[in-house]
Design a protein around this ligand. Structure first.
Ligand code: ADP
Ligand code: MG
Length: 701
């Protein structure tokens, strides 16, 4: 059988047929014989090992036991009946139990004949039982090929209920391999295979399904993981190349008076080397004639704002307008204030547009935007409204990008005939592996250095019972002239309760910190924007010493005099959120502190999160732990999970393979960008197939 026949529907494979084919398609997405070959086990179990009944333990997982059935009975229960077989070996007695299919199974069972029973055991009513065992007569068992590593395939309840057990799937695969004579089409080039010492596709498929030993299995896994990553990287990198060649952008070749004047006279500090490096990357990128599409990553406090401003000045020097979008009104306002201050004395027109802007102001902004006299517009997604039209928008900067959808990013392109350059800034450090997989089509710049003189934020974990000493500490810090944040979780699902916690907390703090000696601000999501801003400003102007808040202050807020961050119910926050919150302090010259308050009851994961926070201030290190705890899907939201829907590879455990796959994809495409060479024929064919399938799926869903 030639390998193209693998595209025939699965139903024509021996042992399948239309009904099973239908189930396989619905439950596992297996449509063709090729799909079946590429359906991989998720683990392997040792079937050479046997247990005696008296060796069973209450927490034994899957075991196999040789014994005989001595008695079969049907026991009626609330709904229907169950079939119970007494199973004995020379050491003891246990039960085999079936809750479904009793009639059919009863007829097939043989009494006093040696069986191998395989399955999970339970301890129930003082005896062991094995529900829905896989049973095989010992004579058959000896005949069938046994391996120390029996593959276990992912399954679903409807599959097992309808008789498609693991053994049935294994049998289908055996038929497939017999039918194809163990030959499957190669998907990689000789060059790649030789260079990385990979085994062939056929060998890999054979050993993933029928591993002869651990070494061969490992080789098979490595080859298939590499292949999986390689084709994803190939797609991402090609997308990037095509983008660069097709999406034309304005050429910013000049660095002129705006930039130079600011750099010479207004820059309040020396840039760090990391800031300089990143700025160089951005400048180069905006001068190529292709649209820039760049992600700027930098831990909280690494100084992204100044990089954004300098980038904006380059746009202005080239005769273009620039926009900066932030996720919240507070942040947009803060950016506006910070940048206005920095630009003081320069002849640059800058304005702020948010949802709460009055009609009159909006109209005014619309006008000066369209006639080009407004240089820089800062705001929230109010900027994305259709009425907002730029005369010549050359650059869009998006702060804290995970709050904006990609769709919105795309929308900003349509404001002009050419798309503006795009710089997306994020303070959430993304582990390199994840960045490669999810943002592999973006260019990435990283500010990996903090401005000089920053002190580590001393972080401690305290239980609620230590609250009095925490209050005492807050008072000491306030006496030194510092300010304190107290943050409460507010989660959509438990909003009412959370809100009550916040208010209770606020009350107890007002009792502990009485007026007029102490002034307290409170900010939460239910307040009007103007009230929030009023309170933020009171805190910023040091009229209040304590800011009680929900996570609205999570991103970006910059108040250097605040040096203590108390996080209530810290066990309920995710790691990246804790890190973001902590980043609100440590912005001034003073030693800063973060106190994580929790109850006594902590899950293991919560303990790891708290320990990690106490141990390190490094956002990338924290992000790596977060990735391990939560897995990639959760970390990025469901949006991008498509890219992460991996069959066999794991971006946490197989990071090294991912890196190699990316390097190899870059190497292959740099020599042969369209994959047209004879060497790359296999790669191209697979690539075409994958992209075609994706297009079909996109149409269906
Ligand atoms: P983030 O990357 O979190 O947005 P910011 O841009 O708000 O960080 O910068 C944090 C603080 O560090 C600001 O007060 C800013 O003025 C200051 N800062 C930025 N770059 C430098 C530098 N090179 N040297 C000294 N201070 C800097
Ligand atoms: Mg910022």
């Amino acid at each position: 059988m030639s390998s193209t026949d693998l595209h025939t529907p699965i139903e024509y494979l021996k042992g399948v047929g239309p009904a099973r084919a239908d189930l396989l398609r619905k439950e596992l997405g297996i449509r063709t014989q090729a799909d079946l070959a590429n359906f991989f086990p998720n683990r392997y179990i040792d079937r050479t090992q046997f247990f005696k009944i008296n060796q069973l333990q209450q927490n034994s997982s899957e075991v196999q036991i040789i014994g005989k059935i001595t008695q079969i009975k049907t026991v009626s229960q609330k709904r229907g009946s169950r079939l119970v077989a007494t199973f004995v070996d020379e050491t003891g007695t246990m039960e085999l139990v079936w809750f479904r299919g009793a009639k059919w199974i009863k007829e097939s069972l043989k009494v006093n004949t040696p069986y191998v029973a395989f399955g999970r055991v339970n301890w129930f009513n003082g005896a062991f039982n094995m529900p829905h065992p896989e049973l095989e007569l010992v004579v058959d068992y000896k005949k069938s090929l046994q391996t120390a590593m029996q593959p276990v395939y992912p399954s679903t309840e409807s599959l097992t209920n309808r008789g498609i057990t693991n053994r049935v799937i294994a049998k289908m695969l055996q038929n497939l391999f017999v039918q194809t004579n163990n030959t499957f089409e190669e998907t990689l080039s000789k060059g790649v295979i030789n260079k990385l010492h990979l085994i062939s596709k056929s060998e890999a498929l054979f050993n993933i399904h029928f591993p002869k030993n651990q070494q061969l299995l490992t080789k098979a896994q490595q080859r298939l993981k590499f292949e999986e990553f390689f084709f994803i990287q190939l797609q991402l990198i090609r997308k990037k190349l095509i983008h660069k060649s097709k999406i034309k952008g304005y050429i910013f070749e000049k660095v002129g008076d705006y930039f130079n004047g600011f750099y010479k006279n207004n820059l309040p500090f020396d840039l760090t080397n990391a800031q300089k490096k990143v700025l160089k990357e951005i400048r180069k990128d905006m001068a190529t004639g292709a649209q820039m599409n760049r992600l700027l990553q930098g831990d909280v406090g690494s100084g992204k704002t100044i990089v954004a401003l300098l980038t904006i000045l380059i746009a202005l020097d080239n005769g273009f307008q620039a926009a900066l979008i932030a996720p919240t009104e507070i942040l947009a306002t803060q950016h506006y204030n910070a940048i206005s201050t920095l630009l003081n004395g320069l002849d640059i027109n800058i304005n702020l547009l948010t949802g709460s802007a009055k009609a009159k102001k909006r109209k005014e902004i619309h006008e000066i935007l369209e006639d080009g006299s407004l240089h820089i517009l800062i705001g929230t997604h109010a900027l994305l409204e259709d009425k907002v039209k730029f005369k010549n928008l050359g650059l869009t900067i998006i702060d804290e990008q995970h709050r904006f959808g990609v769709a919105q990013r795309a929308k900003m392109w349509l404001k002009n005939e050419f798309p503006p350059h795009i710089l997306v800034m994020t303070a959430t450090p993304i582990p390199r592996t994840l960045a490669m997989s999810v943002y592999g089509d973006l260019d990435i710049s990283i500010i990996d250095e903090l401005p000089p003189g920053r002190k580590q934020i001393a972080t401690a974990h305290r239980y609620d019972s230590n609250r009095l000493s925490v209050f005492k500490f807050m008072k000491e810090e306030i006496a030194k002239g510092r300010q304190v944040y107290v943050v409460y979780p507010l989660i959509q699902e438990s909003q009412k309760l959370d809100f009550k916690d916040l208010m209770d907390g606020y009350e107890s703090i007002t009792r502990e910190f009485p007026k007029p000696k102490y002034q307290i601000s409170i900010v939460h999501g239910k307040m009007k924007a103007v009230d929030k801003e009023f309170e933020m400003n009171r805190f910023l102007n040091k009229e209040t010493q304590i800011m009680v808040a929900t996570t609205v202050i999570e991103v970006g807020v910059d108040i250097p005099n605040a040096s203590v961050m108390v996080i209530e119910s810290a066990e309920r926050f995710g790691l990246s959120q804790l890190h973001q919150l902590r980043g609100r302090v440590g912005r001034g010259a003073e030693q800063s502190y973060c106190i994580l308050m929790t109850s006594f009851k902590l899950t293991n994961d919560a303990k790891i999160r708290l320990e990690t926070m106490v141990k390190t201030n490094d956002g990338f290190e924290i992000a790596e732990v977060d990735l391990k705890l939560r897995g990639p899907g959760d970390l990025m939201g469901t949006q991008q999970s498509g890219v992460l829907n991996l069959r066999i590879a794991d971006i946490v455990k197989d990071a090294a393979i991912l890196k190699r796959a990316r390097e190899m994809a870059i190497e292959v495409l740099s020599i042969d960008p369209n994959l047209t060479s004879i060497d790359n024929r296999n790669i191209n064919q697979t690539y075409q197939e994958i992209t075609r399938n994706r297009a079909i799926w996109a149409n269906i869903s």
